[in-house]
Design a protein around this ligand. Structure first.
Ligand code: ATP
Length: 786
């Protein structure tokens, strides 16, 4: 940038036009670029009048640009004059001003002793016709990643704040596309509440970038809650997206490994089958903001307008990147196709530009384009190499319909085990995902209006009869679409034969991106690695499949398993790992006094717990307390949604997310809960931001850690945990149970009722328990490092 400006100055360009609103940047740039020029004077003029360039004091006398030019015009013979005109649009439209500027420009060209340069800073690039031939456009390029990194370090020095050096690369990538002024703004906001700069404040950056989008006419920043697990079926697509997201999230590493930057995906297929849903879910998966490009608004009335809009949209998306650019109904853009099947010139040019951009782009804009009708697509659009992959989204198979029913029932707090899901799926051949959602919604509404307490399979079957499937309503159109798709051999988004992985392949594990946060039990930020976490507390079905017994007090396949000790939970994890062909995490050496624990690392080593690095484990295991609190609070997703500090996991309203109990305490009858002092099927309450159920309430969950006398988990703290045979206390989280006393006629007596107190359901509350003890209040949830 500095080089460009110096180049123009050396070339004696009389007028330099710069489109930016970052005045500070321009001031700095001008100062640096003119450093070596002697006898110089820098003047400044703004909409309000002349101002002092150094002090920014407004002159009382000079209010019009014409007068100002007239006053300083002749100084160009004696000194090197630089006039900075900032955002003085009205003045710059006056004919006498334009004439004066033209006179100055001509003189500068014709007389080598006349040195007068005008630098116009404006929020548009439309140079008045009269000045065009004297003007050069100065592009303000955004800072590169390296420049931003050193800028942040410098900012840290000036403000005396700590910068997480491990994070700095990631922060810099997130800040790319912002001007210096905007970066300053973000960094100031980051240090407002705490004295350090870390990537855990990514939401501030996303918000700032959202401001840029608001100024764009064709792009929209979409708020989304959808997760990849909200999609029933489409396993092939989901798997592919997960792989691409992994590359995207670790781009630097992937690139040096030789992996290409993911470009994008085209989803074509039947209406209402989950294409838009997949676009939204990928934003969550990629952990990036979602921008929607509105093709309707992009297509302008005037020649060249559409192309201009497309260019601006792509540039804006680049400046927001990393982001997902969702181009919905991309076929609309091909509406200008003539009868012979050839594209009109506008369409050709528009998409020529888009395709070149897509093919050549090296940026982190991941495109998800969706379309129903591909009959008007130019063949080159579908050619391999443009998009990374093209998927065909068909009507769901029977197995996929089962899953879609389960998703929509669970979303409305219904237990999938209460319904004959297979019957429902069989009755909905030809229904799309949106139809199935409609069936569930309609049935529930009817039941509510008729004061029914619950709905059953029959009610849903009645609902199915009332809703015609999309393939019936649009039969002709669907036929035509099908023919169109057949012409091109496009990969199916579903997995052939098998729509859904079964339990033993663990469809219930959810990917949870790691991150940094200050846990409630520690004063400094700690880092959590990427994980897979089970949506549910370990159920009795899961337990029995692996252990072939059931120790639980309350029996039921979907109820969480309880009455298991910490050691029992470890044994379950190991057996499950073996079942899935994974290296078990724990090595339990049985000893007369006490079991001795060691941990298997992927490099073949077996280490004592004080040396473990859980990132290097392969199989299923218990979460550390640090991990537990991260996912229970909703992780990165909740940070972005600004709900990370909710009282309970997923809400401030306990009844929404938690089963908790009545409490009879010594001195008073305290709470009335909703659990009737028993456990409930998992997944009936609202899930948290990550799609995890029951992190608050139901049973409490064993964590891996033990903790020291200061209440800090050894492993979370990362101080060496010296293996101590007497240390047998382990942390339990998520609704710690209290001992309950029953009131008898002659006083209080300890009883055995179970309850999970409201207060202890808070996501920050913790308790410890003897690792060998069993109780009807303690169950667990499994995780796995990824
Ligand atoms: P269109 O081409 O008409 O825009 P689409 O393929 O983009 O349709 P979506 O908008 O994703 O369809 O689907 C509408 C709604 O139907 C979704 O928000 C979701 O609630 C439900 N739905 C559709 N497909 C699925 C699915 N596979 N799993 C779960 N829900 C689904």
């Amino acid at each position: 940038m500095k080089i460009n400006l110096q180049k123009y100055l050396r070339a004696r360009r009389p007028i330099i036009w710069c489109n930016t609103s970052d005045y500070k940047e321009i001031d700095d740039l001008l100062k640096i670029s003119t450093e070596e020029i002697n006898d110089k004077v820098i003047y400044e003029f703004r909409a309000l009048g002349a101002v002092d360039f150094e002090t920014k004091e407004i002159s009382e006398e000079v209010k019009s640009l014409y007068n100002f030019l007239d006053i300083i015009y002749s100084e160009g013979y004696e000194n090197n004059i630089f006039l900075l005109v900032k955002n003085a649009k009205d003045e710059m439209e006056k004919s006498e001003v334009l004439a004066y500027l033209k006179k100055i420009a001509e003189l500068r060209y014709s007389n080598p002793n006349y040195n007068f340069t005008v630098l116009v800073v404006s929020d548009s690039n439309s140079v008045p016709k009269e000045l065009e031939k004297f003007t050069s456009i100065l592009e303000i390029e955004n800072m590169s990643q390296e420049e931003i990194e050193s800028y942040i370090l410098n900012f840290g020095k000036i403000h005396g704040v700590k910068i997480d050096t491990e994070d700095i690369g990631e922060i810099a990538i997130s800040l790319k596309g912002l001007s210096k002024l905007e970066i300053d703004h973000v960094l100031n906001m980051m240090i407002e509440s705490k004295k350090n700069i870390s990537i855990s404040d990514r939401n501030i950056i996303i918000r700032e970038k959202g401001q840029i989008i608001k100024k764009s006419a064709v792009l929209e920043l979409i708020d989304f809650k959808e997760k990849i697990t909200d999609i029933g079926g489409l396993e092939g697509l989901k798997e592919w997206l997960e792989e691409s997201a992994k590359v995207f999230r670790k781009l630097d590493e992937a690139k040096s490994y030789g992996v290409d930057t993911p470009k994008g995906v085209l989803l074509v297929g039947m209406p209402g089958c989950g294409k838009s849903l997949a676009a939204k879910a990928s934003a969550r998966l990629f952990n990036a903001p979602l921008l929607r490009l509105d093709i309707g608004r992009l297509l302008g009335k005037y020649v060249g307008e559409s192309e201009h809009n497309m260019r601006v949209a792509l540039k804006t998306a680049e400046s927001i990147s990393p982001c997902i650019l969702w181009i919905d109904e991309i076929e609309k853009a091909f509406s200008g196709i003539d009868q012979s099947g050839g594209a009109s010139d506008i369409t050709k040019r528009l998409f020529g530009h888009f395709l070149t951009w897509l093919q050549e782009k090296e940026n982190t804009v991941f495109v998800v384009a969706t379309a129903n009708d591909i009959s008007t697509f130019p063949p080159e659009f579908l050619r391999k190499g443009r998009f990374d992959e093209i998927f065909f989204v068909d009507f769901p198979t029977e197995e996929e319909r089962e899953r879609i029913f389960e998703i929509h029932l669970e979303r409305r707090h219904k237990n999938r085990n209460d319904f004959d899901i297979s019957k429902l799926a069989k009755a909905t051949d030809g229904y799309c995902g949106a139809d199935i959602e409609e069936v569930v919604k309609l049935t529930l509404k009817k039941a509510f209006v008729n004061d029914k307490e619950q709905i059953d399979t029959e009610n849903l079957l009645d609902g199915i009869k009332e809703i015609d499937s999309l393939s019936t309503i649009l039969s002709d159109k669907i036929e035509t679409l099908k023919k169109g798709f057949k012409k091109f051999k496009i990969k199916s988004a579903s997995k052939n034969g098998k729509g859904q992985k079964n339990l033993s392949e663990n469809k219930d594990m959810i990917f949870v991106q790691g991150g940094k946060y200050i846990p409630s039990f520690f004063e400094e930020e700690r880092e959590v690695g990427n994980l897979e976490v089970c949506k549910y507390q370990t159920t009795q079905d899961m337990w029995m499949e692996v252990m072939e017994n059931n120790p639980s007090n309350w029996k039921g396949g979907r109820l969480p398993v309880e009455n298991v000790s910490w050691w029992d939970a470890l044994e379950f994890c190991n057996k499950l790992s073996e079942k899935h062909g994974l290296q078990p995490v724990y090595v339990i050496e049985e000893n007369e006094e006490r079991n001795i624990l060691k941990i298997n690392q992927k490099n073949g080593e077996t280490v004592y717990p004080n040396l473990v690095d859980f990132k290097k484990t392969e199989g299923y295991r218990l979460p550390t307390e640090l991990e537990w609190e991260w996912f229970a609070r909703g992780g990165e997703v909740a940070i972005q949604d600004r709900t990370f500090n909710s009282k309970y996991s997923g809400s401030d309203n306990i009844d929404e997310v938690s089963w908790y109990g009545d409490c009879l305490e010594i001195d008073s009858i305290l709470e009335r809960g909703n659990s009737k002092n028993m456990t409930h099927s998992v997944g009936l309450k609202k899930a948290n931001e990550l799609g995890l159920y029951d992190c608050s309430g139901n049973v409490q969950e064993w964590c891996y850690d033990t903790y020291d006398s200061n209440g800090v988990s050894y492993l979370s703290n990362k101080t060496a945990y010296i293996y101590d045979e007497n240390n047998e206390e382990r942390i339990v989280r998520g609704g710690c149970a209290k001992e309950v006393r029953k009131k008898l006629r002659f006083g209080f007596l300890r009883g055995d009722t179970f309850y999970t107190s409201k207060e202890l359901c808070e996501v920050s509350k913790r308790e410890m328990k003897n690792e060998s003890s069993i109780s009807r209040s303690a169950g667990f949830r499994i995780v796995k490092s990824v």
